[in-house]
Design a protein around this ligand. Structure first.
Ligand code: GTP
Ligand code: MG
Length: 397
């Protein structure tokens, strides 16, 4: 994880719709300016996952800016990586530079042009003439080989250290791989899952590649966004589903249009909704555009953008949302704000993990925690759940 908050990267070949996805998914923040540096730079922004706010279980809705009438939006970082072409790991199309941008990512959304209207290089071709299933494989392959390259280039350091008497392979590899966001737990689990020679001096390229592929799967899991679903053949989306573990049909362009219309007050729509309501009279042009999107929503179910973000965070990365409060009765902080913060934690996290997520001082001074829903003390080993409201008692608070 980077700086405590989750980070998702949009990867994929050129022209697949990454930037459109990025704009659609970060729009609310760009406009509302909820966070001081909402758009961190053109390719780095804040988006949100959507969940039920705990205030739905109270008499009145909370006043958090991220709660829209009980729909809670929890911030995650989104990166828009420039388009990758086959051979990127060897530097094609500035590939290495672009791939290095994935170092900070906890997961990758591979945006694929499901309409088959762009070739492997991202150049426009006749719609349906290119098979987007290729893009599922090639992005995974480029990421695996990019990581293998990093390991190869730095393996000399591991070999050198292996001559020292108290050499520890796991520690040496963790140091090598820390820059790409692999934790010691990731490295340990990866080593357990592969066969490898004890002595680094006898490792060959195949050993390093095996390590890279396993580690990539563990530290940079990929979700496929089958974009341009508005013009894609359903049969192609079915085949994408067979080629990858997680596939979400989407229309980034449709989501962008809906969010813009909602910002302008023309429609009522929350990201992730499966429909929208027209609020004021619209021009014929707007009407035609909205009707087109409505047809897609009826066919696909939703625009898929919020669904892709949610699937990545809550399912693929196995996270849940917890809400720290200072007052266990009112669910408020020191300034009387109800449910001011929401934290995404990995399943299995305890109150102590939440305390550290809030602040390292709170974590270090942790004494005990109170389940604010039930108003009772919870044991230190208790695993928190989605929607838990928790008061942390700490010497630092
Ligand atoms: N039909 C359709 N077109 C889309 C959709 N999303 C994006 N596009 C179009 O696809 C083209 C490429 O979109 P971008 O968002 O610039 O693609 P990109 O992946 O960022 O491209 P690079 O930055 O070159 O890597 C644009 O013409 C978009 O309007 C969609 O959901 N449906
Ligand atoms: Mg782009």
């Amino acid at each position: 994880m980077s700086g405590g908050s989750l980070s998702l990267a949009l990867a994929g070949k050129p022209n697949a719709g990454k930037s459109t996805f990025f704009h659609a998914a970060t729009l609310a923040d760009v406009e509302v300016g909820n966070y001081p540096f909402t758009t961190i730079d053109p390719n780095r922004g804040v988006t949100h996952v959507r969940t039920d706010c705990p205030c739905l279980d109270r008499d009145h809705r909370c006043d958090s800016e991220n709660c829209h009438n009980g729909i809670r939006f929890v911030p995650v970082e989104l990166l828009d990586v420039a388009g990758l072409v086959p051979g990127a790991h060897e530097g094609r199309g500035l590939g290495n530079q672009f791939l290095d941008a994935l170092s900070n990512a906890d997961a990758v959304l591979n945006v694929v042009d499901a309409s088959g209207g762009t070739n492997a290089e991202g150049e426009p071709v006749e719609q349906g003439s290119y098979d987007p299933v290729n893009d599922v494989d090639f992005i995974r392959e480029e990421m695996d080989l990019w990581l293998a390259g990093i390991i190869n280039r730095n393996f000399e350091g591991v070999e050198r250290r292996s001559r020292s008497p108290n050499f520890d392979l796991e520690a040496a590899l963790t140091e090598l791989l820390g820059d790409i966001g692999a934790s010691d737990a990731d490295v340990a689990a990866t080593l357990r899952s592969i066969d490898y020679p004890e002595d680094p001096l006898v490792w060959d390229d195949a050993d390093r590649e095996r390590l890279a592929r396993e580690l990539r799967a563990r530290t940079k899991p990929i979700l496929v966004v089958a974009n341009k679903a508005d013009i894609a053949e359903p049969e192609t989306i079915d085949r994408l589903r067979e080629a990858a573990d997680r596939v979400i049909p989407a229309t980034a362009e449709g989501e962008l249009a809906l969010r813009r219309a909602a910002e302008a007050g023309v429609i009522e729509y929350e990201p992730g909704d499966d429909s929208f309501t027209v609020l004021e009279s619209v021009t014929d042009e707007q009407k035609a555009g909205l009707e087109r999107i409505e047809t897609v929503l009826e066919r696909v179910g939703n625009t898929g953008i919020q669904q892709a973000l949610n699937e990545a965070v809550y399912e693929m990365l196995d996270h849940f949302t917890a809400y720290p409060v200072q007052n266990e009765t009112g669910w408020t902080d020191g300034q009387d704000r109800m449910l001011p913060d929401a934290f995404l934690l990995e399943n299995g996290a305890t109150p102590l993990d939440l305390a550290f997520a809030v602040h390292s001082d709170i974590g270090e001074g942790y004494l005990h925690a109170i389940d604010a829903r039930a108003n009772r003390r919870i044991s230190d080993g208790h695993e928190l759940d989605e929607g838990d409201v928790v008061k942390i008692v700490s010497t630092a608070s």
